[in-house]
Design a protein around this ligand. Structure first.
Ligand code: MN
Length: 228
């Protein structure tokens, strides 16, 4: 048995709906600007951009409807409601046609963003990590197996304190789930345990302490968190 000099990190995991088993998380990849209306609200041209990615650490997960502490060093915490893809079978250079065979399942997730830090990073050409990949920045609901989920369509919606702030449909993804998996697998070898947050529709906005966020993707399930 290996002797580590400090305790090895715990394995982050997402619960599975209706099961005691867990999905162990290796990496969390996120797609930037993948709905046209959101790209426009962020000041970009949605027609000209290939997909691009950033990442969150696996231990940024918040599960089981857990609370999310308001992050340090920010005065602008934004919600981004997203469909999350869980990779069950690894691979590189995956074709679009084969992509869905690599999916274990799907869940609803929130790409919580320190928008002020991200905007400053954009302005100065610096990395987005501290705007996106901070502690507790990835609340996620339970996973459902891929069989029976059609990721090409379905309502995606977020309510803050019971009021709808984001509403769209998966059919409006600029890069579809198979296209994202294929494209990303040409950049890195995808492995079982990888999660991909597929991008947020329009309507992103700031939240404050006490707000309750409840999102769902039709046919997939919900995610819920309260900002502390
Ligand atoms: Mn996002």
């Amino acid at each position: 048995m290996t002797d580590y000099v400090v305790a090895p990190p715990a394995i982050s995991a997402v619960p599975i709906k209706g099961s005691d088993k867990l999905f162990p998380v290796r990496r969390i990849f996120c797609v930037g600007r993948n709905y046209a209306e959101h790209a426009i609200e962020m000041g970009s041209d949605p027609t000209r951009e290939p997909p691009f990615y950033f990442a969150k650490p696996a231990d940024a997960l918040v599960i089981n409807d857990g609370d999310m502490p308001y992050p340090s060093m920010s005065k602008s915490l934004h919600h981004e409601m997203e469909l999350v893809v869980a990779i069950g079978v690894g691979g590189s250079d995956i074709s679009v046609a084969d992509a869905l065979k690599h999916v274990w399942g799907y869940c609803s997730g929130l790409d919580m963003t320190r928008r002020d830090i991200q905007n400053e990073a954009k302005k100065t050409g610096r990395p987005w990590d501290m705007g996106k990949g901070f502690d507790h920045s990835a609340p996620m609901g339970a996973l459902v197996p891929a069989a029976g989920v059609d990721p090409s369509q379905g309502k995606i919606e977020l309510k803050v304190n019971g009021k709808v702030t984001q509403t769209s449909d998966l059919s409006k993804l600029i890069w579809s789930v198979p296209e994202v998996i294929s494209n990303l697998s040409h950049l890195v070898r995808l492995e079982p345990g990888d999660l991909i947050m597929t991008g947020t529709p329009e309507g992103v906005a700031a939240v404050v302490k006490g707000d309750v966020l409840e999102g769902f993707v039709e046919g997939v399930g919900s995610v819920k968190t309260k900002i502390l």
